[in-house]
Design a protein around this ligand. Structure first.
Ligand code: ADP
Ligand code: 5GP
Length: 232
């Protein structure tokens, strides 16, 4: 049976970096390439990062009921084509979806056992640094992304796992453990020492086990003075 994994994160958290890394090391994992009406960025290529389409084509796909989910993000339309799930099922592979919070909610309603993972940066300052280092966006876009990040982060508790992307190598290992642990849970093949180790590593990132660790990260996104105003 196909496991569906949803990954969401504020832009700049390192989601693409992590997803690209685990795709190379986990066999049998398909990646859904979304359709979007936004123009390509940097060296993005049609059919690699996204299928770039005009709004009319997107709307025609919507009318044809070709999307499993779709949403408007930063003024552009994004959607996951149903065919990616169909093809993963035919191949007996799992499927990874890189989608936003609205899309994650739609998928969870349709595929109740989909596993959702939210990636967080270690703090707001580091997110800003990463957005700048990536040097893909103009300054006003970076500012918009930071404001949006604060709003997106409020949704973290809707996800099954929260992964704080601090040291990259550790985060790749953590994401790998989560994906493999969910496979073990489904297969029931949990008895070996290796399986126990993977399950334990994944468990560290389950929502109920990270709540305390998240407090300083969440606090770094609250504008200065807002906490005092809230307390009054
Ligand atoms: P997203 O897909 O979430 O928008 P990216 O994967 O493009 O983010 O990462 C944003 C920037 O941060 C990139 O320049 C990337 O190389 C860098 N980055 C990703 N993960 C880390 C990390 N753990 N530590 C430092 N830099 C990172
Ligand atoms: P970007 O334009 O930076 O690549 O992506 C912007 C946001 O759109 C990200 O949060 C990304 O996860 C989300 N996104 C990408 N593809 C899809 C999709 O097919 N559906 C939904 N709902 N969101 C998507």
């Amino acid at each position: 049976m196909t496991n569906v994994y949803i990954i969401s994160a504020p832009s700049g958290s390192g989601k693409s970096t992590l997803v690209n890394s685990v795709r190379k090391i986990i066999p049998g994992l398909d990646f859904s390439i979304s359709y979007t009406t936004r123009p390509p960025r940097g060296d993005e290529q049609n059919g690699r990062e996204y299928f770039f389409v005009q709004r009319a084509e997107f709307e025609q796909m919507l009318r044809n009921d070709e999307f499993l989910e779709h949403a408007e993000v930063f003024g552009n339309c994004y959607g996951t084509a149903r065919r990616f799930l169909r093809e993963a099922e035919q191949r007996g592979h799992d499927l990874l979806l890189d989608i936003d919070v609205q899309g994650a909610e739609q998928i969870k309603r349709k595929i109740t056992d989909a596993v959702s993972i939210f990636i967080l940066p270690p703090n707001r300052q580091e997110l800003e640094t990463r957005l700048r280092h990536r040097s893909l966006d103009a300054e006003n876009v970076i500012q918009t992304r930071l404001v949006t990040a604060t709003r997106e982060i409020e949704n973290y508790a809707k996800y099954d796992y929260i992964l704080v992307n601090d040291r990259l190598e550790d985060s790749i290992e953590a994401l790998k453990s989560i994906l493999l642990a969910e496979r073990l849970n489904r297969s029931g093949d949990r008895n070996s020492a290796a399986a126990a180790d993977t399950l334990a590593r994944a468990e560290c990132w389950r929502l109920s086990n990270v709540r305390e660790r998240l407090q300083p990260i969440l606090a770094s996104f609250v504008p200065e003075g807002a906490m005092d105003t809230k307390r009054k």
